[in-house]
Design a protein around this ligand. Structure first.
Ligand code: DQQ
Length: 562
């Protein structure tokens, strides 16, 4: 049997760097004031232009996302009193295009014994008569996690500003023997052939994560199923999600698969499987070869957590929202007065080969594209880089590019020990060895003789963009399932840059990585965009389209101001 050889092919990167050292105000009244002013300006420059974030304070999980009467609703976990987690309510924003948002007053906030200590995550379900219902986790007076429902006060208000919580709440309480402080985040409900509603709730039994199934005829009285829908030895399961996707199959007639996703509290990563769901027996069996938990597939190999999907009935697509936490410190949140953003809404579907999900930013965000720069067929020899100039500021940009590895045989041997490692470990090791600067995002290929198929690794190393000591800046990484030789050595990469967010989609959305960066110099008009080739092989940029992005409009609710 031939010995398998593995090899690095190229280390290719796009980087956002500053062109010059930062300027200091020479006539500032005192060094302290100057330093504070500089810091405030830098903090401000880290706020996003088109990734959703409220004007101030802490945010986390997207909640209850839905489409109702022509309006998209995004609720999210929010601290109205500060920039660290606490005092949690459901903040609320609406949009007609998923780009511009109207900020509404919080929709769900503590008012009753069943949620007096907080209104945690949950989901919306639109009932067959068109009425939306929210189910969320309330933290009650005994700090138990219970599930409550809320209904719109006025169905004729498309913004659904006010919500009413019936007195019969909670509708689901932890049964005796259950872990009452780990019982939360109900999914959107679905109706079975027997007419009963079903939903799942995340919990744990010691170290075992569980997605507990409940059924109801009327959304009011809920009964637990005898078996969990799914469980795994990976600690608390937060924010489960369960939904159907079309399976392409041969000729497109592949039927339906179901996706099951959990957010692992222990690692703060999300994993999904997909497979067959029998709605008569409520049995979900993931497709063979799909691993649950830590070795499984992930929506995003970066900073992306507590995600939630909804069916956009206007455009018959499934849309995924996820929260990206800050990667700086709690002291930084407090100084900035804000923390947390939402990733751009992503369309999600099953890949044509049926092997994984793919994601792509919703087309609507392309309406923000402005200044455009195009590069074609530009060869980058090993160790070279070039600047993508003419964009105005690339600090807010959408960059679509395709890179062609010119010589796949010029690969360095790959350490066999890395085969067992996860992508992040491999990228971190390789990133440290790479020559020259490593930008905030990029693609690494390693190749070899595994049946002639190369293995592609996508890395995102924020270290060159973020210099402060107190930052969490791992090299995020994921494998990319493409046969790079078959496709002429070409790998497409799209990256959304938004000040402190770098959100990358490799190979048409097969591998996604969101990371947070905190440049202190590459901000505003000092930001520059470079394409690097730090690898051994020449690389051709076959095309690159970079667009400056306008800011989304975030406005206050007019009704509130009148
Ligand atoms: N965040 C919510 C919980 C959820 C966690 C609390 C996940 O309901 O489990 O803010 O980030």
């Amino acid at each position: 049997m031939a010995i398998r050889t593995w090899a690095w092919v190229v280390f290719l990167l796009l980087a956002l760097l500053s062109s010059s050292s930062s300027c200091r105000a020479a006539e500032a009244p005192s060094p302290q004031v100057s330093a504070d002013a500089d810091l405030a300006a830098i903090d401000d420059a880290h706020r996003t232009g088109y990734h959703f974030q409220p004007p101030k304070n802490w945010i986390n999980d997207p909640n209850g996302v839905m489409y109702y009467k022509g309006v998209y609703h995004l609720f999210y976990q929010y601290n109205p009193k500060g920039a660290v987690w606490g005092n949690i309510v459901w903040a609320h924003a609406v949009s007609t295009d998923l780009v511009d948002w109207v900020m509404l007053p919080p929709a769900i906030y503590p008012t009753a014994p069943f949620d007096v200590n907080g209104c945690w995550s949950g989901s919306a379900t639109v009932l067959p008569d068109g009425t939306p219902v929210i189910m969320y986790t309330g933290i009650d007076g005994e700090n138990r996690q219970v599930q409550n429902v809320a209904y719109p006060k006025d169905l004729s208000d498309p913004y659904l500003r006010e919500w009413v919580k019936p007195d019969y709440n909670p509708v689901i309480a932890p049964a005796p023997g259950m872990n009452a402080t780990a019982f939360r985040d109900p999914t959107t409900a679905w109706q079975g052939p027997d007419g009963l509603w079903r939903l799942v709730i995340g919990t744990k039994d010691n170290h075992r994560g569980l997605a507990m199934l409940y059924r109801s005829r009327d959304f009011k009285r809920w009964a637990p199923a005898r078996r969990a829908l799914r469980s795994g030895d990976t600690g608390m399961w937060e924010c489960p999600d369960f939904y159907p996707v079309n399976s392409p199959g041969i000729g497109g007639g592949g039927g339906t698969k179901h996706v099951f996703k959990v957010s692992l509290d222990l690692t703060r990563f999300e994993y999904y499987t997909f497979g067959e769901y029998d709605n008569a027996t409520d049995t979900y069996v993931p497709d063979a070869a799909l691993a649950d938990g830590n070795d499984g597939l992930r929506y995003d190999y970066g900073n992306f957590y507590a995600s939630k999907t909804f069916l956009d009935t206007a455009k018959q697509r499934r849309i995924l929202w996820g929260w990206a936490n800050e990667s700086d410190s709690t002291a930084d949140y407090v100084r900035k007065g804000w923390a947390g953003v939402q990733a751009v809404p992503r369309k999600v579907w099953l890949a044509p080969d049926g092997k994984q999900l793919v994601q792509w930013p919703v087309a609507e965000i392309e309406s923000l594209r402005g200044n455009h720069v195009n590069v074609t067929d530009t060869l980058l020899k090993a160790g070279q880089h070039f600047e993508v100039s003419g964009l105005g500021s690339p600090a807010q940009a959408d960059v679509e590019a395709s890179f062609q590895v010119m010589d796949l045989d010029k690969a360095e041997p790959f350490d066999p020990a890395w085969r067992a490692s996860d992508a992040q470990t491999v990228c971190a090791a390789r990133g440290a060895e790479a020559k020259g600067g490593v930008g905030p995002f990029g693609v690494v290929f390693k190749g070899g003789g595994d049946g002639g198929k190369h293995v592609v690794l996508m890395c995102n190393d924020p270290s060159m963009s973020s210099h402060a000591d107190n930052l969490y800046k791992p090299t995020f990484a994921g494998f990319v399932d493409v046969d790079v030789a078959q496709i002429g050595g070409k790998i497409p990469l799209r990256t959304l840059i938004d000040h402190s967010v770098v959100e990358s989609f490799g190979a048409h959305g097969k591998t996604c990585i969101l990371s947070r960066v905190y440049p202190t110099k590459a901000i505003g008009d000092k930001a520059r965009l470079y394409v690097f080739n730090n690898g051994e092989s020449d690389v051709k940029v076959t095309h690159l389209n970079a667009y400056e992005m306008r800011s989304a409009k975030i406005t206050a609710d007019v009704k509130q101001n009148t």
